[in-house]
Each structure stands twice: as structure tokens, then as C-alpha cells.
Design a binder for this molecule. Sequence first.
Ligand code: ARG
Length: 458
Amino acid sequence: MAQLWGGRFTKETDRKVFEFNASLSFDKRLLECDIRGSKAHVNMLMACGIITEDEAELIISGLDGIYSDVTSGKLEIDPGQEDIHSFVEAVLIDRIGDAGKKMHTGRSRNDQVALDMRLYTRDDIEAAKEALTGLLKEILEVIEKNRDTVMPGFTHLQKAQPVTLAHHFAAYFEMFKRDHGRLCDIYERMNYCPLGAGALAGTTFPLDRDMVARQLGFAAPTANSMDSVSDRDYLIEYLSALSIIMMHLSRFCEEIIIWNSNEYRFVSIDDAYATGSSIMPQKKNPDIAELTRGKCGRVYGDLMALLTTMKGLPLAYNKDMQEDKESAFDAMDTVRNCLELFTGMISTMTFNTDVMRQSAAKGFTNATDAADYLVGKGVPFRDAHGIIGKVVLYCDQNSKSIEDCTLSELQSISGYFDEDIYDAISMEACVDNRLTKGGPAPAAMDAYIKEAKEWLRR
Ligand code: ARG
């Protein structure tokens, strides 16, 4: 197979070298971006008088033909080509002859691949934002339906204070909202067009880089040609943001796995999102949540691989950078898959709200409220803490909750207790009184929901 750079070579490339060097098997997914970029380049070459109108028309319809023939299956991507850029150019020249040989004027595969990756990443960021928004909508739906669903809040995985399911889910709403913000930031920072950087030092042709940038929806051309071909920061940033999304998903999955366990039974994963066991007939396993939790490691790995590939690379382009693709594509695919499946799992899950409430009522989740009650009676907080500690010890020894104690039992520990203690430490009171901004009280959550809806509308 003749290489597009074969002029100065006197020997065929060794077979194994060719295979080791080739990227077509994984960069073929850049086909659409490659053609989009080439069309913009060719339009500009024509506008700048570097090629004729007829040549430009031939090239552009040739490129459109290649794209539609590949997508319809009429044209197979030839594994004998080194990469997607060489494939497109070879087919173009084969189909339209000499005009096709002018497409690469003023361009290098170095700025071409830099452009293709940016176009692909930009599209993927948009798709990831959409997937995140889908998840956020689903989370908000659970929040709206469960303003009053009392459940135990945990610290150290020990029951701590009562919250609501809405409040717990709102924590994840915040996390995924930040993820969305990160994606927007990255998009804005990366949205500059590298085409026109050439191999590294620009070109002698009078290219209109602004025109190419405008055609492709970039804010402007990149500012330094060497940086343009050797920058993969935006991919590293994107993989970092994707890693954080996976970290959030894995935490959420871990909670769902715990909540779905036989011991907790806070939720039941829908049959369509669970799997069985080949030996134990009774089993219904949360595999989707577990796999999502597990795939977090894989996305971190993709980030580490890319960071390590880029470490110590001298300017400008080096072939090492071809290694960006498999990691980046793997992370992009994995995160989108996980986001979509996770959203489906949440939207079909049953919340066993009675179980949650019963669980909140056990385990002294109202102990802080009991201490706060004593503070209301004039006891300094540290003393109140000590008194309730004694009450909890007494209850523990007698297998009862604070509210199960008679008033005289409580008064034998502190004279500050009165009849109104029972209302003060009911689950509802514990939640309703936590009115601090950002707190779980339904009234505070109403304000939160209003803001969350506004955010989603924007
Ligand atoms: N397949 C290459 C890559 O992905 C395209 C750029 C090739 N440039 C070069 N100078 N060999 O990086």
C-alpha cells in the first residue's frame, strides 16, 4: 500500500510497523468531523483564491459522497490506510483525480487531527450535558415527590439525624449540577480552531483562519501554531470532568446498592434493571449499579493514561499523541452509557417510604433535637448533650427509644423535661424545624425546588 507520504521512501513499510503505527481502527469514528473540517478548509481555500471554484465544488461533493457511501455501507473503510485522514484523501483522489490532490494545501495532519478531535470532543461535551440534564430532571422528579418522605441521614454509615428523601437526592442534584457547569467551562475554554497551524509553524499560503473558525462554530482561531498542534489540555480537562461524574455516579450507586440490600430495603430496583443468579433462584442483583460503580476505575484509568502520555512531550506534535484517542473515546462512551442507564434505573426504582420512615424513627436520630429542646429550656448545649447522652444510655439498656420513655423516666435524668418533649422530638418536628437554608425542612426544600426548576429551565 502506497503511503501518502511515500515520496522519499525506497522500501515498503514493514507489515508489523504499519499495524503498530496505524490508528484507523479507532480513529475511523472521526470520519464525520474529518469531512466537516475538510469542507470548511476547502471553502476557505477557494475564498482565498488558492483553489478554483470548480475544484472546491468537486472536492466538496466528493467528500459528501464519501461520507454518505461510508454511512450507507456502500464504501468500506479500507484497513490498508494508516488513519482516517489518509483514507478520506486517498478515496477522494481516486474518485475525482487531480482536484482531490489540492485538498491538503496549507494543511498538515497535525492540525487536521487537532481539529477533528476538538470537533468530536465538542459534540461529545454537548451530548454529555444532555445526558446529565436528563439525569438531573429525573432526580428533581424524585425530589418533588418526596418533600415529606422522612428517612435517616447517615454519617459514618451510622444513623445521624432525620432528613427527607428529597433532601438526600438534592445533594446529588448539586453534584451533577456542578458537573454540568464544569462541562460548560471546558467547552468555552477549548472552543478555538487549530486549523491553519499546519505541521507546527503555520503556512506560507494566505489562509483565512477566522473564516474557518467561523464556519465551524469556534469562537476564534487558536493563538499559537505550535500550541495548536500539541495541546491536548482540553481532553485532559474533559476526562477529569468525566472522572468526577463517574465518582459521583459511583457514590450514588453505592448508596443504591446499600438501600436495595435485604437489610435496608429502602428501595427496590425494577426487574428491568436487575439481574438474577445462575444458581440461587431467589436472587435479584443490582448489577447495573455495581457495574457503574466499577466502571469509575476505568475512566480514572483513561485520564491517567492520557496525563502520562502527555507528560514530558517536547513541542510540537509527537506520535505519542495518537494515543489520546482510545482513552478519550473509552471515557466518553463509558460515561454516556453509565449516565443513561443510571437515569433509567432511578426512574424505574420503587422507594419504600414506609421502611425509610421506620428506620429514621429507630437509632436515636432525634437525640440532637432532644438536646436542642433542653437548650430551649435554658440548659447550656454542652450540658444538654450530656443529659441526652444519659437518656440514650438508659434507653439502650432498656431497649426503647427516647419517645418511649415516660415523662417521669425522663425527669429522673433531668428536671428540665416537660410534656412538650414528645412533640419536639417527633420525626416530623425534627425535619420541619431544620429550616436553615439548604436544610431538609419541606419549607426549605420548596425554595430549593423552585431554584432547581429555574436552573433546569435555563
Ligand atoms: N493518526 C495521527 C494521530 O492521531 C494523525 C496525525 C499524524 N501526524 C504525523 N505527523 N504523523 O495523531
